[in-house]
Ligand binder design. Structure first.
Ligand code: GTQ
Length: 371
């Protein structure tokens, strides 16, 4: 019998229906939808313009305040491909990661809590607020990368003068998907300091050394990775040949384990020098990018995504992508991905785009939504 006739035959359809009420399903019906020959993620390539995010954060200023309940003034990136997906009822940014923009105003306090998700913050605007993670007040400046390891108390408070905005990324969808969510509010509004301010950045010299007493820390020992040190690292790297896909790129590491900064999330800062034209490749991990500085475009599965400072975009799993800096200044992209998850489950694979000298043919241009 022909394959399609088989699926449509009365006998098969009757049988499929007859087992449904016993909470049973026919594998022959499910297999083509579930076991693809290669990744067919529901995550789609998408780009959010900074103008839109900023306008909505400004509107949210008066609608949400930390005093009105809720935890954070954060607006998260909903991947259109992941909307209305069972069993979520909410959309994440990729199938494993959630990203958001968070705004805190001078005088505000976002209460302390702890949870089993790991969090990172990348600071994009302002100064003067601190995040307090397990008793350490970490004062934040533009370009800093902060870790909030799973299970540690953390809250934010703004003692400065200007609004502060940062990117959050957490493994919320992954932890939700495997049924591992725990969340606990701190008994008081915000945890009081128990160690000196900026304790870990000072004691670890940005990750280069560790104090004699900290030989076996249980958690990532470094809470903030300062922009000045990241910039220095990129400048050092820039004396050499760029990576053909990613230009000059460094990964944030946990200095005690020499692994990724977070167990389920890897993060990078990359510099694409003026005129950089990257080659295309693809990998099983999915990435979320934030344009920290500069402008250019990325081609994702043949579609051109033009980006400029402040924008966010998603490169789905197994999607061909290449980056190009079209401006006359260096471009800096912050990105994070679920590469550590792919590595742990033996799913990490990558592939170079061999045709056309590594350059995709552009078939379409993405039109972003503006406020
Ligand atoms: O700032 O602690 O975007 O707990 C989502 C969950 C931010 C935070 C988010 C969080 C936080």
């Amino acid at each position: 019998m022909e394959k399609n006739n088989f699926f449509q035959s009365q006998q098969v359809q009757d049988f499929n229906k007859s087992i449904e009420k016993f909470h049973l399903g026919p594998l022959w019906h499910a297999i083509p939808d579930l076991m693809h020959h290669e990744p067919e993620p529901q995550t789609i390539a998408y780009l959010w313009k900074w103008e839109t995010l900023y306008a909505k954060l400004m509107e949210a200023k008066d609608i949400f305040t930390p005093d009105r309940g809720g935890e954070r003034r954060a607006i998260y990136l909903q991947n259109p491909g992941l909307k209305n997906r069972e069993p979520w009822g909410w959309a994440s940014t990729t199938q494993t990661l959630y990203a958001a923009v968070q705004l805190i105003l001078p005088g505000e306090t976002a209460p302390s809590h702890r949870h089993t998700q790991s969090a990172l913050r990348f600071i994009t605007e302002g100064e003067g607020a601190y995040s307090i993670v397990q008793g350490e007040r970490i004062f934040m400046e533009e370009g800093d990368f902060l870790t909030t390891p799973q299970g540690l108390w953390h809250g934010h408070s703004h003692t400065g003068e200007v609004p502060m905005i940062w990117m959050d990324c957490l493994d919320i969808p992954f932890i939700y998907g495997i049924g591992g969510t725990f969340f606990e509010p701190y008994p008081e509004k915000i945890e009081p300091p128990s160690v000196p301010d900026n304790y870990t950045a000072k004691r670890y010299a940005g990750g280069m050394v560790r104090p004699i007493s900290d030989r076996k820390p249980k958690v990532a020992p470094l809470a903030s990775y300062k922009w000045s040190l990241t910039q220095q690292a990129l400048d050092g790297l820039s004396e050499f040949e760029p990576d053909e896909y990613d230009g000059f790129a460094v990964e944030y590491m946990n200095p005690s384990t020499a692994q990724t900064s977070h167990p389920n999330i890897a993060s990078w800062m990359q510099k694409l020098p003026t005129g950089f034209v990257g080659k295309a490749h693809r990998h099983t991990s999915a990435s979320i990018y934030h344009v920290f500085k500069g402008s250019g475009y990325s081609v994702i599965n043949g579609v051109k995504f033009e980006w400029s400072q402040g924008d966010y975009f998603v490169v789905p799993n197994w999607a061909w992508h290449e980056h190009v800096n079209t401006s006359n200044a260096d471009a800096y992209l912050f990105s994070c991905s679920d590469l550590p998850i792919m590595e742990k489950f033996n799913l990490q694979r990558d592939e170079a785009y061999e045709e056309n000298n590594g350059t995709q043919t552009i078939t379409d241009t993405f039109i972003p939504l503006l406020p």
